[in-house]
Write a protein that binds this ligand. Structure first.
Ligand code: CA
Length: 741
């Protein structure tokens, strides 16, 4: 006790000098002999933050539902249902709901996080894994912790330099960094407690997901299965010390070596060939849910790497535990059960999507269930005690499987595995019918609400993969592949891109209502007991809808696309709603549906709020490059290959104006002139454009420039899309002949 008080005393003296912001009421330094005064420190002061965050212990996390005023963990509670019983804001007074304050964050690459709040002190993560503490009473930043992620890490990310959230436990804030560290920060001061590297050096592992806390351990997964030689795992670290407690591998390694845990011996029997030389995939990059009732941790496991089973397990097999939900003991990481949503995944159908725990009555019996709408298009209800399959139906258009049989196994459609070397259109696409954007389960209505995707994707067994190719996916990169629609007659045709917000009845296994959304990349959901459904969307609107029919009841123009998830909480008797707003992330990198992107902001609303709205600025349209080229078709074809295999992951498609990162045919001439310095020497590495010097040479950059000028001219002169594709297809085919290479 004595030590604790002294620590506070030291911090009270030093922190206002160090941080200045938001610590306007640090109080009088406490004497060690006056511990009673610590109990009522000035709100927002270091001692207040220390006191309220230290109180976030196992019991507080387990009892999050009895504490509706705070938002203590990623999904609000251990059920992760994003359901709030706060009712000060209701349908009757939405006309009084207004902006309380905004905070300008200045970042430009996407805010995906769900903030946490305890007694009006908010914690969240931003771009480049930076963590913020905010005083929600004043709308001021208290501290900011920058883990200094090396900017070249951007080359290892499929989906932007984003982060989805932090964890809070006993006075510490935990964040997983893009470059694979788990960092513990003192919640009161923003200073580093400890950090631990959770991934091997010089690999493609990255972290964008939120850590979870279970019984004094911090759980963290990783991502990277779109790139080479990645084998997924989840690690538990002691929250106090950062020491590793256990690690669970989601796919087996080389069977000639000892298996890290005994269940992997069984899992290895479902793999063929030399899968371990390619990693196998199975990264757990988002959903990891702790169940205190059963003391289990459910791990949502990702897709295979490479995507195509033919390339990683050529004789077939289910490839456990890809695309599975795996339950392990929280204290030891020992395997308990698994359920595989997509056996032998070959479509990037991850089961990393958010899982929600609920206690439902099914056929007259109470069941402890786990619900998930993974990418594969089926909504699953499982018994979370045993892993037993209860039910699943398609929640979106699906053409890879006819349904799920009574054993819980998909009934696959012939040809859906695209093993014939032609290009197939499959639904859902690799974006899934639903991706990581959190759903909400409303205990009152019994409905799940989901940000959905209505989209097909092209897949091909790419026979032209180059040995040095970093990409492990199956999206076609050759324009001359044959397109196969015949076996999948209802597939959405190219260009059909759609979002949908929908309500789903998990008991009846059916969609209850749905509303179309312009673009399929929209923020996560929150629902309340009094019938409100909150969501920010790609069109820059923050909406409150009626849970019963999806009708918009209230809307606020936040100017730019939203990929964060809203929260609600109480501060000093007032209900607040907060949302991070900044476009970016996977799709947001290269597309947008607003006329201009704005820097990141934290928006907060309350009844009677009347803060000024951020100013709307004129649209920005960058002109196409006007330089011309006399490059040969062969050079342009080679340049198109350079673009597709190196640049397209973040800069595709060309011409549309780009998203959070530039459209390469609309960069200015000065930038174009130094493209070799940017690509080969990392001239823009500080802003996140990685140095590709290890992968490309000067001649390839010249070819790339020829292609970009060809494309810019085609767009400028209004060449019909069909003709552009046909010409480019011929040039690419020319480049792929033995002479062309
Ligand atoms: Ca993936």
């Amino acid at each position: 006790m004595r030590t604790f008080i002294l620590t506070i005393t030291q911090l009270v003296v030093s922190v206002p000098l160090l941080f200045g912001l938001g610590c306007s009421d640090p109080g009088t330094p406490q004497q060690a002999s006056q511990p009673v005064q610590v109990e009522q420190p000035g709100k927002g002061s270091v001692e207040h933050i220390r006191q309220v965050t230290l109180a976030v212990d196992d019991e507080a996390l387990r009892n999050a539902d009895a504490n509706q005023g705070d938002w203590l963990t990623y999904g609000r509670n251990y059920k992760e249902d994003r359901y709030s019983e706060l009712d000060q804001i209701g349908k009757h007074n939405l006309n009084q709901l207004g902006l309380a304050w905004t905070i300008e964050l200045g970042s430009r690459r996407g805010l995906q996080a769900t903030p946490l709040v305890v007694d009006g002190i908010m914690f969240f993560s931003g771009t480049w894994s930076v963590v913020y503490a905010v005083d929600a009473r004043k709308g001021e930043i208290i501290w900011k912790y920058d883990p200094q992620v090396p900017r070249e890490t951007a080359a290892k990310l499929c989906c932007g330099v984003v982060n989805r959230g932090v964890a809070l436990y006993k006075g510490s804030v935990f964040v997983g960094t893009l470059d694979g560290r788990l960092v513990s920060i003192d919640a009161a001061t923003g200073s580093l407690n400890w950090e631990v590297k959770t991934v091997p050096d010089n690999t493609f592992y990255t972290i964008t997901g939120a850590p979870r806390v279970a019984n004094g351990k911090v759980l963290i997964g990783n991502g990277g299965a779109e790139l080479k030689n990645i084998r997924g795992y989840v690690t538990a670290y002691d929250a106090e010390t950062g020491e590793q407690t256990w690690r669970f591998y989601t796919v087996p390694g080389n069977p000639a070596e000892p298996f890290e845990h005994p269940d992997l011996e069984q899992a290895a029997k479902t793999w063929t060939g030399e899968w371990w030389t390619k990693g196998g995939g199975g990264t757990a990059w988002d959903s990891i849910v702790y169940d205190p009732e059963l003391n289990l941790v459910y791990i949502g496991v990702g897709n295979g790497s490479p995507w195509n089973r033919l390339e990683r397990s050529p004789e077939g097999g289910d490839n456990l535990y890809l695309s599975s939900i795996v339950a392990v003991k929280a204290d030891t990481g020992e395997y308990v059960w698994h359920y595989q949503t997509t056996p032998g995944d070959t479509w990037d159908y991850t089961a990393t999507q958010p899982m929600i725990l609920a206690d439902l009555e099914i056929e007259g019996k109470p069941r402890n269930v786990l619900m998930q709408a993974p990418k594969n298009g089926f909504f699953y209800v499982l018994d979370r005690v045993t892993g037993e399959f209860i039910s699943a139906e398609a929640y979106t258009y699906v053409n890879w499987a006819k349904g799920i049989d009574s054993n819980g196994r998909p009934i696959e459609v012939a040809g859906a595995r695209y093993e014939d070397g032609r290009m197939h259109w499959i639904s859902p696409s690799s974006h899934g019918g639903h991706n990581w954007f959190p759903m909400s389960y409303n205990r009152k209505t019994g409905m799940a609400y989901l940000p959905g995707v209505e989209k097909s994707g092209a897949y091909v067994h790419d026979i032209n993969k180059a040995p040095g190719d970093r990409y492990a996916g199956s999206s076609p990169r050759k324009l001359y592949y044959d397109v196969v629609y015949d076996q999948h007659p209802d597939a959405h045709k190219p260009g059909a891109v759609d979002g949908r917000l929908f309500a789903y009845d998990p008991l009846k296994q059916q969609v209850v209502w749905e509303v179309p959304q312009k673009f399929f990349y929209n923020g996560g959901l929150l629902s309340t007991a009094n019938g409100l459904l909150f969501q920010g969307d790609a069109e820059g609107k923050f909406s409150i809808r009626d849970v019963d029919d999806g009708r918009v009841l209230w809307q606020y123009d936040v100017l730019t696309g939203v990929i964060g998830s809203p929260i609600t909480y109480m501060v000093d008797g007032e209900q607040y709603v907060s949302l991070l707003v900044e476009w970016g992330g996977g799709q947001g990198q290269y597309r947008k549906v607003v006329d201009r992107l704005y820097t990141g902001k934290l928006y907060t609303f309350k009844l009677g709020g009347n803060a000024p709205a951020p100013e709307r600025l004129p649209p920005i349209e960058k002109p196409l490059l006007t330089l011309t080229t006399d490059a040969s078709p062969l050079e342009i074809g080679r340049g198109y290959n350079v673009y597709m295999y190196n640049c397209a992951g973040c800069h595709n498609p060309l011409g549309g104006g780009g998203g959070a990162i530039p459209d390469l045919v609309r960069i200015n001439e000065g930038m174009f002139a130094i493209l070799d310095k940017i690509v080969l020497e990392g001239a823009l590495a500080s802003v996140g454009m990685p140095n590709f010097g290890d992968w490309l040479n000067g001649a390839q950059v010249e070819d790339l420039k020829s292609f970009l000028l060809y494309a810019a001219e085609a767009f400028r002169t209004g060449m019909p899309a069909g003709e552009y594709r046909a010409q480019l297809s011929k040039m690419q085919e020319l480049a792929d002949t033995p002479q062309g290479k």
